[in-house]
Design a protein around this ligand. Structure first.
Ligand code: ATP
Length: 239
């Protein structure tokens, strides 16, 4: 049986200049789950992740982590509570080396102990980053930068990692590598919230999924149920 929700979101609304990007989104993630939120361009996926991580303020609704209300907390405090995000567009520090980017991720209080072991774990996961640890991150390829962004999130020793479209801009082969990494992290015991446009691949990887349309959750269920749902098949799987 799964524990009570690790991350619980209730009625979350986000508005930009008076126009709503999220209209009362509710979802729960239990410890050890890998869940996905899928949706088209502009559905509100990034807004959801950014409001959970405190980067974008919500206009109403509650976000709880381990039963504690974290709504409105500053982003660093939310990170300290074990929520890491891998942002769309990577957002790494181009002028710093690969290793310095990773060590920055490990500079949280929660992550200081055992930092070198975590770094070793990241290098085992991404041999390419070990080879290029002294290289300026801004000179890496797009796929390598994505590895740095994931590695930096892992360095914060999170309980949950939120991935914002990890496959965006990557070749099909590299997309498969990234989805493989998401699966591997989940197998290591990290709870995962994956936000994606690649509906088939995300559902194939996840336990459960939510479908986000125009800022509202319109469907949710086990990944198997969603994959066999005719509406999902028609709208997202080209069937
Ligand atoms: P994509 O897959 O294209 O990244 P998304 O599902 O992540 O899309 P969001 O980026 O969350 O969607 O955007 C949801 C809506 O909010 C869109 O209509 C977008 O134009 C709008 N929006 C997002 N950020 C801002 C902002 N900073 N100011 C104004 N409107 C915004």
């Amino acid at each position: 049986m799964l524990d009570a929700a690790l991350l619980s979101i209730d009625g979350l609304c986000v508005a930009y200049d008076g126009s709503n990007a999220l209209n009362g989104v509710s979802l729960q993630i239990h410890r050890g789950e890998l869940i996905c939120v899928v949706g088209a361009n502009g559905a509100g996926k990034t807004s959801l992740i950014r409001s959970i991580s405190g980067i974008v303020p919500s206009s109403s609704g509650v976000v709880k982590m381990n039963g504690v209300d974290i709504t409105g907390m500053p982003p660093w405090e939310i990170c300290e509570r074990g929520i890491a995000q891998v942002a769309e567009g990577r957002q790494i520090f181009g002028g710093l080396s690969v290793e310095d980017n990773l060590l920055l991720g490990g500079s949280l209080k929660r992550a200081k102990a055992g930092q070198l072991e975590t770094l070793e774990f990241v290098y085992r996961l991404f041999a390419r980053l070990r080879e290029r640890r002294r290289q300026l991150a801004g000179t890496l390829s797009g796929g390598e930068q994505q590895m740095v962004a994931i590695g930096r999130a892992i360095m914060s020793k999170p309980e949950i990692v939120m991935f914002d479209e990890p496959s965006i801009g990557l070749s099909p082969a590299l997309t498969d590598v990234m989805f493989g990494v998401v699966k591997r992290l989940h197998e290591e015991g990290i709870t995962v919230l994956l936000v994606e446009q690649n509906v088939a691949k995300s559902l194939a990887l996840s336990n459960r999924g939510y479908v986000l349309e125009n800022g509202s959750i319109v469907l949710h269920g086990s990944s198997g149920e969603l994959l066999s749902n005719p509406e999902v098949q028609r709208a997202y799987l080209g069937m």
